[in-house]
Design a protein around this ligand. Structure first.
Ligand code: KIV
Ligand code: ZN
Length: 391
């Protein structure tokens, strides 16, 4: 069975860049955009042109630079926003305007003080207006995660009729459970006229730590685009992490869903984004965290040394990491110690290992991690007492 394509819509430079304290200048955005293009993302959301002259300029320059991916610009359902997006995308080879409006009860009542019918009118007006500039128009139904499915279906049907090519169903507040979000996509697939002629997109936030799970649930239920960011950066607790989605689909081939991403570039993109944004990646972050391929407990180390697959489901090389690491701590066992000594040129016997191991534990108990320098010091002390020769 051939895998169906999941389009990767990267919004690192728009939703990701909204993170407090993480301002990127135009040059930095261009570097990231070029790398995203090389990584193989299908769409780059370059910014929100009406929001500031700086953002308008960045979108214009990214549109000129990007060769393969579609370049997308965000707008509210306002004529001046859409005009600005269209203007900024003037030089894009494959432009997309992303426009939309909040449709949940809360957004209708508190943000806009309008009825659902009025929101549908605005949505249809925005999509029709955007279509006068570009063929590819994505509509976002903001806060779709908390919107009644029947109401959402009415909005979707109306914007499809107006010419939307992609329907973005954002879980803006990160509220949904995976089953609930998956069921929402399924409901739209089954109840919206014309839905098979458009692409459904998942845009999930991570307030409950479920953004990636929700996006995958959406894809399983018929969505064919996932909106995500490098390292999962974004508003509040962030967005769906690109690297997680890509590797989940790569690992679970039984889902028959695949992306065109070159996964070997994931670590490089993660580090580049983190450095440029000045935003550290948490060490235990899935796929790209410093500890993602590090083993420190004795039981795990012993397994990994015998066969990597005992405790690793991903080959580190597949995400651009040269090899797994065996970290020496007071929880490490003899096999890890022997392995690390071998790496620095010592082939030690079982008896030698017993002595070295008890010395190692003393050092390990006094500091968090034992490094190669410590191992050399332990070995020097031992060799002086036992006349041990380096082999
Ligand atoms: O989270 C959200 O709803 C958004 C929209 C603007 C697409 O970012
Ligand atoms: Zn968002």
């Amino acid at each position: 069975m051939k895998a169906e394509k999941i389009e990767i819509f990267d919004t690192t430079l728009r939703d990701g860049e909204q993170v407090p304290g993480c301002k990127l200048n135009v040059e930095q955005k261009l570097v990231i955009a070029e790398k995203l293009d090389e990584l193989g993302v299908d769409i780059i959301e370059a910014g929100f042109p009406i929001s500031s002259p700086g953002d308008f300029h960045s979108v214009t320059e990214i549109a000129k630079l990007v060769r393969n991916a579609k370049v997308c610009a965000l707008s509210r359902a306002h004529k001046k926003d859409i005009e600005s997006a269209a203007q900024a995308l003037k030089f894009a080879k494959r432009p997309r305007i992303h426009t939309g409006i909040g449709v949940s009860e809360s957004h209708l009542k508190y943000k806009f003080n309008i009825t659902l019918e009025q929101a549908i009118d605005r949505a249809v007006g925005a999509v029709s207006f955007a279509k006068s500039f570009v063929e590819d128009v994505e509509f976002f139904a903001e806060d779709a995660g908390r919107t009644d499915n029947a109401h959402l279906a009415r909005v979707c049907e109306a914007v499809i009729k107006a010419g939307a090519t992609v329907l973005n169903i954002p879980d803006t507040t990160g509220y949904c459970l995976p089953e609930e979000y998956g069921a929402k996509i399924k409901y739209l697939k089954e109840n919206v006229k014309g839905i098979d002629n458009v692409i459904i997109s998942c845009h999930c936030h991570n307030d409950l730590g479920l953004a990636t799970a929700n996006s995958i649930a959406g894809a399983i239920n018929g969505a064919r685009q996932i909106e995500c960011t490098i390292n999962g950066i974004g508003e509040r607790a962030g967005n769906t992490a690109l690297e997680e989605v890509v590797m989940i689909l790569q690992q679970h081939r039984d889902l028959h869903l695949a992306t065109d991403i070159n996964s070997r570039m994931l670590t490089e993109l993660s580090q580049l984004t983190s450095d440029m944004m000045g935003m550290v990646v948490q060490p235990n972050k899935a796929i790209v965290g410093a500890n993602a391929f590090a083993h420190s407990s004795g039981i795990h180390q012993d397994g990994v040394i015998k066969n990597r697959e005992t405790y690793e489901i991903i080959n580190p090389e597949d995400v651009g990491v040269t090899e797994s690491s065996i970290i020496l701590t007071a929880r490490s066992g003899r096999s890890a110690l022997a392995y690390r000594y071998k790496n620095i040129g010592f082939d030690i016997t079982k008896n030698e290992l017993d002595v070295l191991y008890s010395e190692f534990l003393k050092v390990a108990d006094s500091k968090k991690e034992v490094n190669d320098e410590d191992l050399n010091v332990i070995m020097n002390v031992y060799s002086q007492s036992a006349n041990y020769e380096r082999r």
